[in-house]
Design a binder for this molecule. Structure first.
Ligand code: CU
Length: 110
């Protein structure tokens, strides 16, 4: 069973694995008004991020690793479309929109 955690500016819900061990989580954030809804998100290895485009414009999420190399180009993301990316490696990742340079956030994977 996978858990979905929605983080929004209004509420931050953090659910940690209890009892039967920690399972990979899915964390959802939104792209709204040409911004990511969180500046920083902390993940565990194996967790999946969902980027939900709530804007009426196309985005293109890039994942950039600590060496400033492109780890993933998630491609064209049309309005209303959700993208998913699973972080299998630890590190600090910069998330950028290739179309809108001011859209930035950080994902720390431990
Ligand atoms: Cu964009």
């Amino acid at each position: 069973m996978r858990r979905v955690i929605l983080i929004s500016a209004a509420s931050v819900l953090i659910v940690t694995g209890m009892g039967a061990g920690v399972r990979a989580a899915t964390i959802a954030i939104e792209q709204t008004a040409l911004r990511f809804s969180e500046k920083t998100v902390d993940l565990h290895k194996g967790d999946t991020m969902v980027f939900a485009n709530k804007d009426d414009v196309t985005h293109n999420v890039n994942v950039i690793n600590d060496d400033d190399d492109l780890a993933a180009d998630l491609g064209v993301q049309k309005p209303g479309e959700d993208l998913k990316y699973t972080f299998d490696k630890a590190g600090r990742f910069k998330i950028r929109c290739a179309i809108h340079p001011r859209m930035k956030m950080i994902i720390n994977v431990n």
